[in-house]
Design a protein around this ligand. Sequence first.
Ligand SMILES: Nc1nc2c(ncn2[C@@H]2O[C@H](COP(=O)(O)OP(=O)(O)OP(=O)(O)O)[C@@H](O)[C@H]2O)c(=O)[nH]1
Ligand SMILES: [Mg+2]
Length: 490
Amino acid sequence: MWALRAAIRPAAWLSRVVLGRRAPRPAPPLLVCPERAFAAFDPGDLKGRGDGGRGPPADGPRSRTGEVEEPEDAEDEEEEEEELLRRDPLLPVGTQRVCLVHPEVKWGPGKPQLTRADRQVAEAESLVHTLDRWSVVERMVVPARTPRRKVAFGRGTLQKIRVLPEITAVFLNVERMAPPTKKELEAAWGVQVFDRFTVVLSIFRCNARRRRPAAGGSPCWVFVGESLVQVQRRLLKDKELKIRKALDRLREKRRLLGRQRRRREFPVVSMVGYTNCGKTTLIKALTGDDAVRPQDRLFATLDVTAHAGWLPSRVAVIYMDTVGFLSQLPHSLIESFSATLEDVAHSDLVVHVRDVSPETELQKATVLAALRGLRLPPPLLDSVEVHNKVDLVPGYSPSGSQAVAVSALLGHGLPELRARLEDAVLRATGRQVLTLRVRLAGAQLSWLHQEATVQDVDVIPEAGAADVRVVISSSAYSRFRKLFPESASQ
Ligand SMILES: Nc1nc2c(ncn2[C@@H]2O[C@H](COP(=O)(O)OP(=O)(O)OP(=O)(O)O)[C@@H](O)[C@H]2O)c(=O)[nH]1
Ligand SMILES: [Mg+2]
């Protein structure tokens, strides 16, 4: 457990705190549901205890002064946490005026290296605003000593924090609060207190509930299903017969992307990144898909969706838009993140989109930590890194030579990115560009149109043949050679 013992330091921009306490209010009866798309959460799927095992050591942490901090009964606590996850609702309904309390660790191993308190407060505020009719009306930065997810405020701190009478809830900007701490704080402040996990879980859980049939059938798990079908229908125009077969298979097995990875027709490129970094905007820019709607809010994308696009070589690819990550969040406990990670693991190429804002390093670390838990196949670890929003940083040039700088919004850098993607996709999927000499009288040309991507046909009338430039997978090429041994590679 960690303790916040020092006095509150109200920054210049923080509102004044007032004296006076109130009795705790009873929990309101309903859940706030943002009006957005859906994903699923299964409370029974509690496998871990947060990202990276950041929970306290079994025998309790010791402060720098040698003080032993409160021991805890891990089992009881786990039960209480599970109960919290099962309980409905997680958040109160209606308009909420929130006091944001941010514990700032200023020294020790838990001091955040890659960010600052004001930026963390700004992000926490965006998170609160993600909820319909929730607004932050007061902010406090509270110096903290040890960064553990279980918070115990020192008595002095408790006495100094007073929430304004119009405040209806406190958002404590920590990954997770231990249930006893929550109770203690609510008793002290007279309003309900929430952490990052509860807020994000509510967003996704509410989303999941809306996906379920009214009669209470089984939940509709996050999958690219319908969107993928739409995408494939578009591609059907070009390769009708083949795609129809793929659709049939897709109906039979919803996990087509994963299971048939090797034999899959279209390379799959997953866009991953921190929330709000511009993944959706980039997919819109690359595909021209008008149905894609980027938004300036955290967790604008709550489902994994698929979108068709074309590489310069005319190879069709499927871009997967994924759920963005957020620091200080136990991603593994939220089904939508697990689903996102699973889909990422089944793609051919991972593109890591980074917002070149001041928080870019923290965001990168968060995303990489989430991906690390995946045990991705080694080739996928070699992701293409995209630095986005460069229009906001005049003169920006990426430090790593491998990164591609773009403005998805303004379309800057997209030709370079497409070329990089093409190169990486062809390598990742074992496709190659070949020029094949085929007889015009035979079936080779139509076979190539069906089984590969034909880029160019150069007819040689006197030879009754054509030189055909194709992008072809190694398996298709070996089939071609077996079927048409007389055709030669040029
Ligand atoms: N200035 C600028 N803004 C951008 C750029 N790319 C995206 N944005 C803006 O950033 C905000 C978030 O964009 P999204 O594409 O929704 O971001 P996302 O990564 O999909 O976000 P989540 O789905 O919430 O994880 C939107 O307001 C976009 O207009 C860019 O290149 N330049
Ligand atoms: Mg998005």
